[in-house]
Design a protein around this ligand. Sequence first.
Ligand SMILES: C[S@@+](CC[C@H](N)C(=O)[O-])C[C@H]1O[C@@H](n2cnc3c(N)ncnc32)[C@H](O)[C@@H]1O
Length: 200
Amino acid sequence: MFEQVLAEVEEQCRAERVPMLGPDKAKLLASCVENAKPTLIVECGTAIGYSGLWILRVLKNLGTGRLITVEIEAANAERARANFERAGVADLVDSRIGDAAEVLKTIQEPVDFLFLDNNKDGYYPCFRAIESRLTSPATIVADNVGRADQMADYLEHVRTNYDSETHWFESRRRPGNRRQPGNQRRPGRRDGMEVSIYRR
Ligand SMILES: C[S@@+](CC[C@H](N)C(=O)[O-])C[C@H]1O[C@@H](n2cnc3c(N)ncnc32)[C@H](O)[C@@H]1O
C-alpha cells in the first residue's frame, strides 16, 4: 500500500502542479536520512506529503526516528495527513499547521535533522528559530538553492560556518509544457540541494 500511495501522491502533484521534490532529489534526501539515522527530523514545507513519505519510508525501515512536518496551508496539511494515514506511517509523523519559523520556536526536543523546503526567504529565520535545539552534529538539507538570491543569508551562513555541499540537478520539464514539432528544446534549468553538517 505504501508504494501505491507514494505513486498516487507523485501523480497528483504532477497533475495539479503541487510543488514537490521529485524522485531524483528525494533519493538524495532519503540517503541523507539513512546515513544520519536521526531521532527527530523537522521538515518545513509539507505540501501534500510527497517528501514526507520518502522520509517516513526510511524511518520505518530503520525502525527508529520521528518526523515533525510544518505547512502553512491548512488544506495541504490535511491532504498530507490523509496520505500519511493511507500509507500506514501516521504514527511516525506529527503534522503541524502554521508559519514554520513560528512553529519551530515551539519545538522543545533535540532536533538532529532539518529539511528546509518552505518559502525560500524563510530558510534563515527557520534555521535561527530551531538552532538552539539542533544537536551537534545535525544534518540540514535545503532545497532549491539554485534560487540563491532568495536565501542569500542562509547560504552565506551555512557555507561559511559548516561543512556544506551543493548537489545539482537538472530540472525536468513539466507535463503540458511539451516541445512542439520544430521548436527548440528550452535549455534545462539547474537547481540544487545544499547538504550541511551543523556543528557548534
Ligand atoms: C516546495 S513546496 C514543499 C514540497 C514538499 N516538501 C514535497 O517535496 O512534497 C513548499 C511548501 O511550503 C509551504 N509554505 C510556504 N511558506 C511557508 C511557511 N512560511 N511555513 C510553512 N510552510 C510554508 C507552501 O504552502 C508549500 O506547500
